[in-house]
Write a protein that binds this ligand. Structure first.
Ligand code: FAD
Length: 463
């Protein structure tokens, strides 16, 4: 926590800078200190007291440099914020200080016509970026279901995958992030150009180890995705059909499977009257007939919902990934969720968990590509009762072989595979040696400064 004297001196200094917009009203401080952590009843009480002391919106990259310099000199924490749609408090300022809004840095700087590589500022909304790409025959490879409101910088630093993961895997897979410009958090900040190897350490680091001011990303050729909904009577047949689709030669952008009772909580525009468990697919137009053939072979009922209307906001995309959780919670806020990669074979594991947990666990699956292979991820809805019950459920999931990505924790590592990424910690040492960027979110860094003697552990006082 910064002292009130440091904060006052910082605010006075920033107030004279015409490229920094300062917001210090109560409503702004409150609004910009929150994200969607309330999906977790564990995070909700822990994060709701956290509050920024000042919110700053730089309108130029030079403004970002001066803000970083001032925070560095006054020893004030700086937490970066895109659109604030994260689910784990990624942009919640645990130690107060300044929250920086990236929304004015939103330019699409370059689209290389020969490679499709796009260079973009972090505050660009993914919707705007995708629209820009589409006008040039390209599209984003990976999008969160919040793609209309989320920023590209926030997705890169706080997201993981989503729509497109069935083809393109996850954001941290090599080949998505191809370079970045970063501003260091020092009293004399440096503006550095990182290649793909160096930029990787900032990928999914929650803005703890550098301020990203420019990104280079790979894109894909544009496809006018077609929406298909398929209802299947039994869960085992539905899972088998999802797997057949994922492992076929179909070009898919999304394959979501929802257990029957989840459908009752979806919005009225979500599709026809349910007639079983529901598979939702985005497929290239040349794949519609094949899907009809696969569905018929499974005795399933297919509804062709037509081409996507990207302007509308009421498509299959808005029923997938964590939007399913959103709709369930809109109907009944007593639901929370988990995230996991299911073990293979999936059905026995799912059956076992279902037998133990009954209707307190409702299945929501997503087809994904994991290290090149078609796999099933699950974001099951979980009826909240207590932290102990949630722990017991997570233990059961691990016991059947699921790999959990716990959405009820605040550090980069604990929400991932649980292991410290030495490159992320080393990047923090290089780019934020005094630990002022989004403090409290990189466990590897916290451990390194509490046990500085550990071999290989960087320490703030080391050069
Ligand atoms: P924020 O929440 O504002 O920030 C995320 C992180 O990025 C923070 O740690 C922040 O400090 C850091 N950051 C922001 N800007 C910078 C910068 N310039 N430099 C360095 N760090 C920076 N996520 C998925 O991955 N897939 C999904 O399908 C998905 N679906 C969702 C559905 C719902 C209903 C909700 C509520 C959330 C979902 N999310 C999903 C989580 C979230 O919406 C996405 O990850 C989104 O991309 C975050 O973008 P944002 O602009 O809101 O980032």
């Amino acid at each position: 926590m910064a002292s009130s004297e440091s904060l006052a001196a910082l605010a006075a200094e920033l107030a004279t800078d015409h490229e920094l917009e300062l917001l210090c009203g109560d409503a702004d401080l409150q609004r910009y200190s929150k994200d969607f952590y309330d999906y977790s009843p564990i995070l909700q009480p822990r994060l709701s007291p956290c509050r920024a002391d000042l919110v700053v919106r730089p309108i130029t990259v030079a403004g970002v440099e001066r803000l970083a310099a001032a925070c560095g000199r006054h020893g004030v924490p700086l937490t970066l914020r895109g659109s604030g749609t994260g689910n784990y408090g990624q942009c919640v300022p645990l130690e107060g200080g300044v929250v920086m809004l990236c929304g004015s840095l939103r330019e699409v700087e370059l689209l290389d016509p020969s490679t499709g590589v796009v260079t973009v500022q972090p505050g660009c909304l993914m919707r705007d970026l995708d629209q820009h790409l589409r006008a040039h025959g390209r599209q984003l490879r990976l999008l969160p279901s919040t793609w209309r409101s989320a920023s590209i910088g926030g997705f890169l630093a706080g997201g993981s995958g989503g729509i497109g993961s069935i083809r393109w895997g996850f954001l941290r897979d090599p080949g998505h992030l191809l370079g970045a410009e970063v501003i260091t958090m020092e009293s004399t900040p440096r503006r550095l150009q990182l290649d793909a190897t160096e930029a990787e350490a900032l990928n999914h680091a929650y803005g703890t180890n550098g301020i990203v001011t420019r990104l280079q990303l790979a894109t894909a050729p544009v496809v006018d995705w077609h929406q298909i909904s398929i209802d299947v009577e039994t869960w085992s047949a539905a899972v088998a059909l999802l797997q057949r689709c994922s492992r076929s030669a179909l070009e898919l952008h999304l394959a979501t499977l929802l257990e029957r009772s989840v459908l009752d909580s979806l919005p009225p525009w979500s599709g026809p009257e349910p007639n079983g468990h529901r598979l939702l697919l985005l497929v290239a137009p040349d794949g519609v007939d094949t899907l009809a053939r696969l569905a018929a072979a499974s005795g399933a009922v297919l509804h062709d919902l037509g081409p996507e209307d990207l302007a509308g906001g009421q498509g299959i995309r808005e029923l997938s990934w964590n939007h399913t959780t959103l709709h369930m919670r809109s109907a009944d806020a007593g639901w929370t969720y988990l995230q996991m990669l299911l073990p293979e074979p999936e059905l026995p594991a799912m059956d076992h968990l279902k037998q133990r947990w009954g209707d307190a666990l409702l299945w929501h699956l997503e087809g994904v590509r994991q290290q090149g292979a078609a796999r099933l991820a699950a974001l099951p809805l979980v009826r909240w009762t207590s932290a102990e019950q949630l722990d017991a459920l997570m233990t059961d999931c691990r016991e059947v072989g699921a790999v959990l990505f716990n959405p009820h924790v605040i550090t980069v590592e604990d929400g991932g595979l649980g292991v410290v990424d030495g490159d992320q910690v080393a990047a923090k040492q290089r780019f934020d040696p005094n630990g002022l960027l989004n403090p409290g979110k990189l466990r590897g860094w916290l451990e390194s400064i509490s046990s500085p003697g550990c071999p290989g552990s960087p320490h703030p006082s080391q050069g």
